[in-house]
Design a protein around this ligand. Structure first.
Ligand code: FA5
Ligand code: MG
Length: 416
């Protein structure tokens, strides 16, 4: 369906995404391969491992935060379209005009003002504006990125937001009179934003960290080792990352922080203070189920899917590889264009598009600068391996040639 409507739309300089037509412009860089992933909705597909993880996260928040008659105060939004405006993705989150995350080499743009969200945080301000105070956003996100066993241009995130009034923040305080959320003429420090009182931030920080440690323990078990690392996000301050020690290494699980008050003010919730976090579902699922390659989530093979066919999302299983197919490596070297327009992310995107699940990893093997002309050349090793069948050399060579042809045409490189 996508292919035909796209072909039709392309003739009149339009592009069809999720049934809507958009005008192409110089920013358009979303490929058919990426568009084909929209609407798969793995995170709400019954028995899919990402759906089990989603359900565990949702259940945890339902259980942690409830009102006086026992109903959950968190609402869950897992069905919001991934097509967003640059105002939602960037401006609403105070991401500066010149921030690198806005670049064409990092995001999939439909056109100058429209793109595929690169994080579920893109909907935060909208939901706050609608009057919500406690909510989760779960969905697919899209980023141009490197290619290896843990990176894929589409993955899934869950964001959480909680906003509190002064009464809620100090509800457990013995003598809350005189305690405030805000102070005038305060200064920003590593501990807080200028407008917040230190006591309100510390209480929110405590609740945020406890909530997220509790989530990590729910998923990984009570004994999981956790550590907090200071971080920077334009939309929170202070900000942290939570890392967990799993199978002999520290793994970044999520980013979080105290929401910038300017965001709450613009969204009509300026009298509250809030915390927020965002985490990746694939990372969690790969650890919990011992899934070795991020491409497996897109598999339609029953050998993969049947291993997760259980009703209780808390069921612990360890994935057993169906079989290992051989790798096949091919190198490619090319001179970069002299105008500096080359970005490896664009190359990786072309590979994803042309090779469609046949590539496991791309390694930048060598960078060479010609001593006289100063031209720069990159040499990459492309590791071919399909997850569901053996690739024969002839097929790999054909794909490899197509990749060379596409990079020459699209990125203006000269293959050596
Ligand atoms: C964000 O996307 C922020 N929006 C998170 C946030 C939300 C911070 C709200 C503060 C408040 P980051 O780019 O680090 O941050 O991604 C968040 C999480 O997504 C990571 O911790 C990781 O679990 C996951 N993640 C990021 N990139 C990838 C990737 N390429 N593949 C798989 N998972 C990823
Ligand atoms: Mg990060």
């Amino acid at each position: 369906r996508f292919l035909t409507t796209n072909a039709e739309a392309r003739t009149n300089n339009e592009i069809t995404v999720l049934g809507c037509n958009y005008l192409r412009d110089a920013w358009t860089n979303v490929s058919l391969n990426i568009i084909s992933k929209l609407g798969r909705n793995l995170h709400v597909t019954q028995y899919h491992p990402l759906s089990h993880i989603r359900q565990q996260i949702v259940n945890y928040f339902y259980k942690q935060f409830y009102n006086r008659i026992g109903n959950s105060i968190f609402s869950v939004h897992d069905n919001i379209s991934p097509i967003v405006t640059t105002a939602q993705q960037f401006d609403s989150l105070l991401i500066p005009e010149d921030h690198p995350s806005r670049k064409k080499t990092d995001c999939y743009y439909i056109n100058q003002n429209t793109l595929l969200r690169a994080h579920t945080t893109a909907h935060q301000a909208d939901l706050i504006s609608m009057g919500l105070n406690n909510f989760l956003i779960i969905g697919d996100v899209y980023r141009k990125d490197e290619i290896d066993r843990v990176h894929y241009p589409v993955f899934h995130q869950a964001d959480g937001v909680r906003l509190c009034t002064v009464q809620e923040v100090f509800s457990n305080t013995k003598d809350p009179d005189g305690l405030r959320l805000f102070e005038h003429r305060g200064v920003e420090s590593s501990e807080k934003q200028g407008c917040h009182t230190l006591e309100s931030v510390k209480i929110m920080e405590h609740e945020l960290k406890n909530t997220l440690i509790g989530l990590a323990q729910t998923l990984f078990g009570k004994d999981i080792r956790c550590k907090w690392v200071e971080q920077y996000f334009p939309f929170t301050h202070p900000s942290w990352e939570l890392e967990v020690y799993y199978k002999d290494q520290w793994l970044e699980l999520l980013g979080c922080g105290i929401i910038r008050q300017e965001i709450l003010q613009s969204a009509g919730a300026g009298e509250r203070i809030g915390w927020a976090f965002g985490l990746g579902l694939e990372r969690l699922a790969m650890c919990l189920y011992n899934i070795p390659d991020i491409r497996l989530f897109w598999s339609k093979d029953s050998g993969f899917l049947n291993q997760f066919k259980f009703e209780d999302p808390n069921t612990m299983v360890q994935y057993k590889p169906i079989s290992i197919y051989p790798q096949c490596k091919n190198d490619v070297s090319f001179w970069l264009p002299e105008d500096g327009s080359y970005s490896p992310n664009d190359f990786y995107d072309i590979i994803q598009d042309v090779a469609n699940h046949r590539v496991e990893q791309v390694i930048l093997k060598d960078v060479y600068t010609h001593p006289v002309t100063k031209r720069v050349s990159h040499c990459y090793t492309i590791v071919y391996r399909h997850m569901e069948r053996t690739l024969i050399k002839r097929e790999v060579n054909k794909v490899h040639d197509r990749i060379k042809q596409h990079v020459t045409e699209c990125l203006h490189v000269t293959v050596r």
